[in-house]
Design a protein around this ligand. Structure first.
Ligand code: CA
Length: 225
């Protein structure tokens, strides 16, 4: 379906969830002016928005900072109902990474920062209905960075750290709760040698403490519980 051709003869129902009346009016006008869209309802609170869930809504334009809660709750509610075909386009002032990722991971289809002079919201709605993911540039950067971090983490966990047999022996002793001194005795080496092995283990696992080393070792499958 081409981005501009959602309409055909079918009109898509758009609901606006927004507590700022000026923004709601601007967005409503833009939706009304866009071919193929009709306004199915508006809500100024989460409670009012939930009441819209029983209507036939194809796309929600969703503010996050609402008087009675966070719009992300509504995203979760919609997705929990199995409504995967209902599009959700976040339109928010909140542009911090945690909020953005929470909204995207909850199931938002797009995320635009409220800089309404920089884009036509009606056009963005049509794009979202056509399967695109409208994202403000800084939002896209967060999402891409998150994906890269996920990939790096997956890669780190895939690579089994390459420990020497003595380092592995020490790691096992530490996992059983042995102190460095006890481990040195068990391995018949000096405490200094144990300390060197421990440093090497931390470096190879990319950690800086015994606790982290054990967590990483179990997570990567190097040690089994
Ligand atoms: Ca708001």
């Amino acid at each position: 379906m081409p981005a501009t051709g959602w309409a055909g003869n079918v009109r898509a129902n758009v609901a606006i969830v927004e507590d700022d009346p000026l923004v709601a009016a601007h967005v409503g006008q833009s939706v009304a002016e866009q071919d193929g869209l009709s306004l199915a309802g508006t809500a100024a609170t989460l409670a009012e928005a939930r009441a819209l869930l029983d209507r036939d809504v194809d796309l929600f334009i969703l503010d996050l900072g609402l008087p009675d809660g966070n719009g992300i709750d509504l995203i979760e509610t919609i997705r929990a109902r199995g409504r995967t075909d209902t599009k959700i386009l976040v339109l928010s002032n909140l542009g911090d990474q945690a909020t953005v990722l929470a909204a995207v991971l909850a199931g938002a289809d797009g995320y635009l920062l409220k800089d309404l002079t920089s884009f036509n919201i009606g056009q963005q709605v049509s794009a979202a209905l056509a399967g695109e993911a409208p994202l403000s540039p800084s939002i896209a950067a967060y999402v891409l960075r998150y994906l890269r971090e996920q990939q790096d983490q997956a890669r780190t966990e895939e690579d089994a750290p390459d420990l020497t047999p003595r380092e592995f022996e020490l790691l096992q002793l530490l996992a059983r709760g042995h102190s460095n001194r006890e481990a040195a005795e068990a391995m018949s080496v000096s405490r200094y040698t144990v300390a060197d092995h421990a440093k090497a283990i931390y470096r190879k696992l990319g950690v800086s403490s015994r606790g982290e080393a054990l967590v990483r070792a179990f997570r990567s499958g190097l040690l089994r519980p």
